[in-house]
Ligand binder design. Structure first.
Ligand SMILES: O=C(O)CCC(=O)C(=O)O
Ligand SMILES: [Fe+2]
Length: 305
């Protein structure tokens, strides 16, 4: 039976019926639970990948440290005094053979593991592009001209080392995702993820096996000319069991991203200046503004009035 779910739920097999519900979810919440996507990302592949990433996280630390940053903060993150429960591995450019090969060589992955990662990356990419097209269509924009297929995609494997002593503390600090869209394969059993609603309250996103969480990031707010919400979220320790999640990010185009011209008119002036994902990411890192506040620095002078 489906658990109680406070955030919107979208059925991928029920389009175009769900189109207005999808747009409302993006405007009100900036996230939703996705159902019925298994044609594109089979449940068996998801569980195979989960087993695989758990084994990668169990590797000795000196091997995990070989997973170096390609972009700032993009590689292995060891537990630190500031974020002691959190550990992560990063797969930069998951849709290129080269990206997957580098990641696998760093971590001594077997041929079978490499093939599983490739299949997972391809399937998640197809799915994330499909959802992005539904967003464009929901806004009345022709999705073929956007070229989502070519946008950069990366993945992060997250582990939260929850213990009896850590219950009640924060495992992953509040942030927004910097990119366009995130597909999160969360832990099947261990909860703790919370998203912020429009009133500023955190709402738990409890595990719901067989579904995915989709989050909108800062680039989606720029692209939609401020219509879509970049959801703030965090991970709290609620129980003394380790939690593992896989986040796949569609970041944005390599070139400039700007508000969709179709959403800009006299009544809706352009809210953000054009940017590239790379430049925006650098801005977030240099200002240490990780919860969407850096978007204020991209606002056009007319939007300030
Ligand atoms: O582990 C989770 O549930 C959330 C992970 C997350 O927010 C991220 O990787 O950006
Ligand atoms: Fe996130």
């Amino acid at each position: 039976m489906a658990p109680k779910c406070s955030i919107p739920v979208i059925d991928l097999q029920d389009f175009p019926n769900q189109s207005s519900k999808l747009i409302a979810a993006c405007e009100e919440w900036g996230c939703f639970r996705l159902l019925n996507y298994h044609e594109l990302l089979p449940a068996t592949l998801m569980s195979e990948m989960k087993v695989l990433v758990r084994s990668l996280l169990d590797l000795p630390e000196e091997i995990k440290r070989r997973n170096i940053d390609v972009i700032a903060g993009g590689g292995y993150v060891a537990p630190s005094p500031k974020i002691p429960l959190y550990e992560a591995l990063g797969l930069h450019d998951m849709t290129s053979r080269h990206g997957v090969d580098d990641f696998c060589s760093q971590l001594n992955a077997t041929t079978h593991q490499r093939e599983t990662i490739m299949r997972y990356a391809e399937s998640v990419h197809t799915l994330i592009v499909e959802i992005s097209k539904k967003l464009a269509e929901g806004l009345g924009v022709k999705s073929e001209n956007i070229g989502f297929e070519k946008w950069t995609c990366r993945a992060r494997i997250n582990k939260y080392h929850f213990t009896p002593q850590s219950v009640g503390t924060t495992g992953g600090p509040m942030h927004t995702d910097s990119g366009f869209l995130t597909i999160l394969q969360d832990d099947e059993d261990v909860g703790g993820l919370e998203v912020m609603n429009k009133s500023g309250d955190f709402v738990p996103v409890d595990p719901w096996p067989g579904t995915l969480l989709v989050n909108l990031g800062d680039m989606a707010t720029v692209w939609s000319n401020g219509r879509f919400c970049n959801v703030k979220h965090r991970v709290q320790c609620k129980e003394a069991n380790p939690r593992v999640s896989i986040a796949s990010f569609l970041l944005g185009p390599e070139e400039i991203l700007e508000p969709l011209p179709e959403l800009v008119d006299d009544d809706h002036p352009r809210v953000f200046v054009p940017t590239t994902y790379e430049d925006y990411r650098k801005l977030r890192f240099s200002t240490k503004l990780h919860a969407g506040e850096a978007l204020a620095l991209l606002r056009t002078p007319s939007a300030e009035k």
